[in-house]
Ligand binder design. Structure first.
Ligand SMILES: NC(=O)c1ccc[n+]([C@@H]2O[C@H](COP(=O)([O-])OP(=O)(O)OC[C@H]3O[C@@H](n4cnc5c(N)ncnc54)[C@H](O)[C@@H]3O)[C@@H](O)[C@H]2O)c1
Length: 284
């Protein structure tokens, strides 16, 4: 009898145990996929943590619920996935990397230069990979290649959404005015604290474009009431000698949704890559 490709994959590679931190939209999606598809792909759910564990009742078996995040190391996970809030990256990122590979679902946290440096150092020191999911970024690997060849000159990303899809901080006007309005244009370093939930894609781009970094990559967020059922992500890459690429991604999304539908599948695909790539940052 022939085994399916997936069964072969599972039997030939060791099982990886995954800890999921956060049980919101993304966390629930990943937990569901891990329980349903994980076993045939060699992935096991090690734990789920949510700040309010009541939310997990009836949905996750009690033995998989981690009550106290500071005891995460007892579960001995190969990979920990944060799909929660940048604050958890600040508080636990370095600790996670001391025990496991770490996929940071809120990479806008990396706009803090000190935290960015500390996470990179922890990754190198412990030989664990800091994974940054590409999310809604198209062409991240190509940007990274251009960056690594030293010929990346500029990178600009515009994210346009219906105003109900933005979660903004600070002085950016958050009203639901009709029409199209640029809410903010500036460096990704400036944008991340203002719209941490909306610019993770830009943060992933800033990681791919390490030469430019968070202060060098430019971003723009646009509120557009015409965008009732999708977000638009535009990426403009400039290289040397007149080289340029422009992509426009149309990401179907419910009205008011921060995250486009395709981004969920993108996160799952990213997680499948997290098998250990040494002590470095890796766009996945
Ligand atoms: N990388 C990307 O492309 C991308 C795409 C979408 C979302 N994200 C990020 O991933 C994270 C999760 O997204 P989501 O759509 O599942 O969000 P969500 O709001 O549906 O869920 C977040 C969960 O984290 C909990 N939480 C919120 N703030 C917290 C805090 N300070 N401490 C502990 N727990 C907290 C909430 O209770 C909730 O259970 C967010 O930070 C979001 O910005 C990244």
């Amino acid at each position: 009898m022939f085994l399916s490709f997936q069964q072969n994959m599972a039997s030939s590679s060791p099982t990886l145990t995954i800890g999921v931190v956060g049980f919101g939209h993304l966390g629930q999606y990943l937990v569901d996929r891990l329980l349903k598809d994980g076993p045939s792909l060699g992935l096991t759910l090690g734990f789920v943590w949510n700040r309010n564990s009541d939310k997990l009742k009836g949905l996750v078996s009690p033995e998989l619920v981690l009550d106290d995040l500071s005891s995460f190391a007892n579960r001995q996970c190969d990979v920990i996935v944060e799909v929660c809030h940048p604050q958890i990256v600040i508080e636990y990122g370095v600790r996670f990397l001391s025990k496991s590979h770490f996929m940071v679902g809120s990479p806008s946290a990396l706009s803090d230069a000190d935290l960015n440096q500390n996470l990179r150092q922890a990754s190198e020191q412990h030989g664990r990979t800091l994974y940054v999911p590409s999310g809604a970024l198209w062409g991240g690997q190509d940007i990274q290649r251009l960056n690594d060849s030293g010929t990346l000159k500029a990178l600009f990303i515009r994210m346009s959404k219906h105003p109900s899809c933005f979660r903004l901080k600070g002085d950016i006007p958050a009203d639901l005015k009709e029409g199209r309005r640029v809410l903010f244009r500036g460096s990704v370093a400036e944008l991340c604290p203002l719209a941490p939930n909306n610019v993770n894609t830009m943060a992933a781009a800033a990681v791919a474009a390490g030469m430019l970094g968070f202060t060098g990559v430019q971003g723009e967020i646009v509120s557009d009431t015409e965008l009732q059922d999708h977000h638009v992500v535009e990426v403009e890459v400039t290289g040397s000698d007149g080289f340029s690429v422009r992509t426009v991604r149309r990401n179907p999304a419910k009205l008011g949704a921060v995250t486009g539908k395709a981004t969920y599948q993108s996160f799952w695909s990213s997680l499948l890559i997290c098998k250990g790539h040494g002590g470095r940052v890796y766009l996945c």
